[in-house]
Design a protein around this ligand. Structure first.
Ligand code: NDP
Length: 445
């Protein structure tokens, strides 16, 4: 029967020859699902996999905007509305020059299962543009965001599709996009999450992905090794939203983050990275990470080099896809890493993931470990519909419970299917089963 899964993957490769990231994500997911299709022959009869792998809708559009010199510029815009079996589409918008359809389809596919894992009624989507926010003025960012929303607004809606932030999209960009949506649609609704607190946002949304990652990894360490972050050295890649708040929670739990990075290189501070300096550099000044040495001259900056060669107990890749390759995995294992938690989406290559699993390193895949962001976005939507604001502590407590539940669900699932401690399989299977059930119930749509 798993021949069915193999044949669908082959077909997918033929039909999407220029989409390597999408094929990579599908390959990882399908390798875990063979066992599910063997147990459920009705899935093949219903052509469930073919339907699951084809987005319900892909919207592609032009984003024209005028730069500060008065020159018109054009970028590509996308929204992939992948699967609405569990609820309206939900997933971030990414602004980065590398954005293309392959990357957004991989992110959208992952998002379906991630959203299912949260236990909340949200379907999967993803969008973005190849616009590069780096070096742009606030006015350029505003004009770009307004132009993007001028097309996007007709495809999204509080009960249809609710985008959020991702790489290159933080509070500033969400604010500009929300303002334009409100102006055109004439409604003040939860059509975007990650909104500012003064106009419908939720406390703890900014921290949610990073905090959630650390809650899940802490639960994994406790359950599987009877230990915790306390006293552990931790390496975190990236220095954006996810990396900063994951690091903050590690410090709160008594761990020590010794390295952080951006696309220009990584910094190492054996005393533990001072996050107030990082927030100033990244959130306020929007500068490069080597600025840290101006605040802490004893720290080191490595322009060329691999952050994963830094000795640590726990590694948290929180930058981007395919940033932890086989050599990095080998270096981490040789240095005694005990756990890896993916804050980013698909940061670890398939080869590197297999290396961790073979070495029995605890490995928490992104679709489970970074689900705290979207889960808290759904909590933001719940507060908006009730016209209520919950306290930071209330939202944070709900987030912690959701992350601990996700860990136990994927742990129990991996054991149930005879794949103990393979949380990649546990997450794929647990996430998929609910989507499959909903798709079957809704007929051929
Ligand atoms: P940010 O834009 O805030 O930060 C991204 C960080 O990653 C920056 O430090 C950036 O460095 C670095 N980075 C990005 N692209 C590359 C690259 N090609 N090579 C090296 N470094 C790179 O994004 P987020 O923190 O929001 O997102 C990080 C990851 O987490 C992404 O994979 C995202 O999909 C995932 N994620 C985010 C969620 C959220 O709520 N924000 C939710 C779930 C997952 P530089 O500035 O130099 O580019």
């Amino acid at each position: 029967m798993s021949k069915y899964v193999d044949s669908i993957l082959e077909k997918l490769k033929l039909q999407n020859p220029n989409e390597p990231e999408f094929i990579q994500a599908a390959t990882e997911i399908l390798s875990s699902l063979k066992i599910v299709f063997d147990k459920n022959p009705e899935y093949e009869k219903a052509s469930l996999l073919e339907r699951f792998l084809e987005p319900e809708r892909v919207i592609m559009f032009r984003i024209p905007w005028v730069d500060d010199n008065g020159k018109p510029q054009v970028n590509k815009g996308y929204r992939v509305q992948f699967n609405s079996a569990l609820g309206g589409y939900k997933g971030g918008l990414r602004l980065h020059p590398s954005v293309n359809l392959s990357i957004l389809k991989f992110l959208g596919l992952e998002q379906i299962l991630k959203n299912s894992l949260t236990g909340l009624p949200i379907g999967g989507g993803k969008g973005g543009s190849n616009f590069d926010p780096k070096g742009k003025s606030d006015n350029e960012i505003m004009r770009f965001c307004q132009s993007m929303m001028t097309e996007l607004y007709r495809h999204i809606g509080a009960d249809t599709d609710v985008p959020a932030g991702d790489i290159g999209v933080g509070a500033r960009e969400i604010g500009f996009m929300f303002g334009q949506y409100k102006r055109i649609a004439n409604e003040h609704v939860a059509v975007l999450t990650g909104r500012g607190l003064s106009y419908g946002g939720s406390l703890a949304r900014k921290q949610a992905t990073g905090f959630g990652l650390v809650y899940l990894v802490e639960e994994m360490l406790k359950t599987k090794l009877n230990t915790s972050f306390k006293g552990k050295n931790v390496v975190v890649s990236g220095s954006g939203n996810v990396a900063i708040y994951a690091s903050e929670k590690v410090h709160e739990l008594g761990g020590n983050v010794v390295a952080l990075s951006d696309s220009s290189g990584y910094i190492y501070d054996e005393k533990g990275i001072n996050l107030e300096h990082i927030k100033q550099i990244k959130e306020v000044d929007r500068k490069r990470i080597n600025e840290y040495l101006k605040y802490v001259p004893t720290a080191k900056f490595f322009e060329n080099g691999c952050i994963w060669t830094v000795k640590c107990d726990v590694a948290l890749p929180c930058a981007t896809q395919n940033e932890l390759l086989i050599d990095g995995a080998k270096a981490l294992i040789a240095n005694g890493v005990i756990a890896v938690g993916e804050g980013a989406n698909m940061p670890t290559t398939l080869e590197a993931t297999d290396e961790f699993l073979a070495a029995k390193v605890l490995f928490a895949p992104g679709k489970a470990a970074n689900a705290g962001g979207v889960a808290t976005s759904a909590l933001e939507m719940a507060q908006s519909s009730q016209r209520l604001f919950w306290s930071f502590e209330e939202v944070d407590a709900k987030l912690k419970t959701i992350m601990e539940n996700i860990f136990h669900n994927i742990d129990d699932t991996s054991t149930k299917f005879g794949l103990e401690n393979n949380f990649v399989a546990g997450a794929n299977i647990f996430g998929f089963e609910k989507v499959a059930e909903a798709m079957l119930a809704q007929g051929v749509v």
